[in-house]
Design a protein around this ligand. Structure first.
Ligand SMILES: Cc1ncc(COP(=O)(O)O)c(C=O)c1O
Length: 381
């Protein structure tokens, strides 16, 4: 059975993107590759809304986030970092691994820290090198809605602004230059709707110059090398060629749809999920004010069997859902509402979830859930 991949990455990949990967191998030190790289750079600049560099790293998102740390953060630096879930925790550890002092701005899981807490940290800590923000905490389904204000604060305090937008870039509005984001990290398998294997970073002029002047002591995730090779249309190391073709095709789809329309579609689909699950009687994990537009996290009723539920949803409906992380394993499940997500994905997933819950003896209102989903999707074109 063909599966509907409703994970917070990898997600469903459109056919033209899959087909693009069948391109025969080429020499990555050739004009053909230089042309491909140039196209990706130009399309990427439009999508990230930046005049900075677009770098594709042959690694998953973690490599991209790690490169954003290892190329900017030095021993002894003070770095503010938001921690409100698994990915913020990892980020703060990476910052500390560099010998820097991580000033953690925390929030209970399910919530997001406030911009005033970030502002206070800037005021209290003197010279801060950078602010790292997880724009969308995939483990809890929570998004930060003050990226613009954070960019303004960083400009005011002369700090670099880095966004881990791995799970919402392309699904939420993140105009990189308008928000003063120096480094924005995402990955191919999330809202870009390409297969996993590429981390994509935008690096602004100021951060690029700093990195060139202060290269990190490493070979592979060494961004200055990528900048220098990009000038002659190459990457320093053998790139994952099929994914470069896939990214080129995925960028075309994004540009054809238009970023505004794409972001609106993500918002409508996520809102439809939230209202459908609420009408059915399920609890959203995230504080409603900070809920994500790309990852919908839902709490299980007390004593519910996660493995049995997700197994039945997959076996009977072909819908693949994600479980919870760490201490939330078995307590919540997550729906990736990203990439290609549209009416069909939302309706099929809501039907699979509420019907399976009912079959497993939970009190859910199947009809109310389905009709809330239908109403929520009305404005989708
Ligand atoms: C916010 C965030 N950061 C980083 C990562 C790591 O990405 P990857 O699993 O591609 O290494 C993820 C993956 O889900 C993520 O959601």
């Amino acid at each position: 059975m063909k599966k509907l991949i409703m994970l917070p990455g990898p997600t469903n990949v459109p056919e033209p993107v899959m087909r693009a990967m069948l391109e025969p191998m080429i020499n990555h030190r050739s004009t053909s590759f230089s042309k491909l790289l140039k196209r990706i750079m130009e399309k990427g600049q439009k999508i990230f809304q930046t005049s900075g560099d677009i770098i594709g790293l042959t690694t998953s998102g973690t490599g991209g986030v790690e490169a954003s740390v290892t190329n900017l953060v030095k021993k002894g630096d003070k770095v503010i970092v938001t921690v409100f879930g698994e990915f913020g925790t990892r980020l703060s550890e990476e910052i500390e691994d560099m010998g820097a002092h991580a000033i953690k701005i925390t929030a209970p899981f399910g919530d997001a820290p406030s911009i005033s807490a970030v502002e206070e940290a800037f005021q209290k800590n003197g010279k801060v090198k950078a602010l790292y923000v997880v724009a969308n905490e995939t483990s809890t389904g929570v998004a930060v809605r003050w990226l613009k204000q954070a960019g303004d604060l960083c400009s005011k305090h002369g700090a670099f602004f880095v966004a881990d937008a791995v799970s919402n870039f392309g699904g939420d509005d993140i105009p990189v230059d308008a928000y003063n984001i120096d480094v924005c990290v995402t990955a191919s398998q999330k809202c870009i709707a390409a297969p996993p294997g590429l981390a994509i970073l935008s690096v602004g002029k100021r951060a690029k110059q700093y990195m060139l002047d202060n290269p990190p002591p490493m070979q592979y995730l060494n961004l200055p090398r990528y900048f220098k090779y990009a000038e002659r249309g190459e990457t320093p190391f053998t790139p994952v060629l099929p994914l470069y073709w896939a990214l080129d095709a995925a960028f075309d789809i994004m540009l054809e749809e238009g970023m505004e329309k794409r972001i609106q579609r993500h918002k409508i689909c996520a809102d439809a999920f939230y209202s459908a699950f609420k009408a059915a009687g399920l609890e959203t994990f995230a504080n409603p004010q900070n809920r994500s537009n790309t990852v919908v996290a839902l709490e299980y009723p007390q004593g519910f069997n996660d493995k049995q539920f997700r197994g039945a949803v997959e076996d009977n409906y072909g819908v693949v859902l994600a479980g919870g992380f760490g201490e939330y394993s078995g307590k919540l499940f997550r729906v990736g509402s990203m990439g290609e997500v549209h009416r069909y994905h939302v309706m099929t997933t809501v039907a699979a979830v509420v019907n399976t819950m009912k079959q497993m003896g939970t009190h859910v209102n199947v009809e109310a859930g389905l009709s809330a989903a239908v109403s929520g999707l009305k404005s989708l074109s």
